[in-house]
Design a protein around this ligand. Structure first.
Ligand code: AMP
Length: 170
């Protein structure tokens, strides 16, 4: 199945010059959703992992479904101020300014194997911060999965040394 055909390009969103990759057009088609989910599940199953950690908010859509299918725990990595219990944070730079993501301290136990998941790899800054969170808790990042990778932004170079699965490339 060609997943490229079910992603919608939205020019100048959220700001001028950005072509936003809208995945809602894929999500509303069950055959496309299930095709993508099965690809993620096959990859994760082969890794023998304990946890899927996904990044708010679009990462949660497939992240939760993958965890359920493979019988792994689901761990949300969230924007600041959303997680209620004790947590750790990582900040990373954006084009203008910085952003922060957080994880509960007790979400990963030392030595647990983890797959990180998000909808899209652009510059890689968000995923690099997520890797730091998992590793600070003693987790082992065994793989990283994305629905979409924007190859021309070379985010992969920032994630060197980690195995990456991307279903759609631009
Ligand atoms: P980055 O940290 O640059 O790799 O950005 C990745 C995060 O930003 C992901 O959580 C994406 O959801 C979001 N993102 C960045 N660029 C786009 C884009 N062109 N279309 C949709 N989402 C994007």
């Amino acid at each position: 199945m060609d997943l490229l055909t079910v992603i919608r390009d939205v020019p100048d969103f959220p700001k001028k010059g950005i072509v936003f990759k809208d995945i809602t057009t894929l999500l509303q088609k069950p055959e496309a959703f299930n095709f993508a989910l099965n690809e993620f599940v096959q990859y994760a199953n082969a890794k023998g992992i304990e946890k899927i950690a996904a990044i708010e908010s679009r990462g949660f859509i497939f992240g939760g479904a993958i965890a359920s299918k493979i019988g792994a725990g689901f761990v949300p990595i969230r924007k600041p101020g959303k997680l209620p219990s004790k947590k750790i944070s990582e900040s990373y730079s954006l084009e203008y300014g910085t952003d922060t993501i957080e994880i509960h301290e007790d979400a990963i136990r030392s030595g647990e194997k983890v797959i990180l998941h998000d909808d899209l790899l652009a510059t890689g800054g968000t995923m690099q911060a997520a890797i730091k969170l998992i590793e600070r808790l003693g987790g082992i990042v065994t793989g990283i999965s994305f629905l979409i990778e924007l190859d021309f932004l070379k985010g992969r170079e920032l994630l060197k040394g980690y195995e990456i699965q991307s279903l759609i490339h631009y």
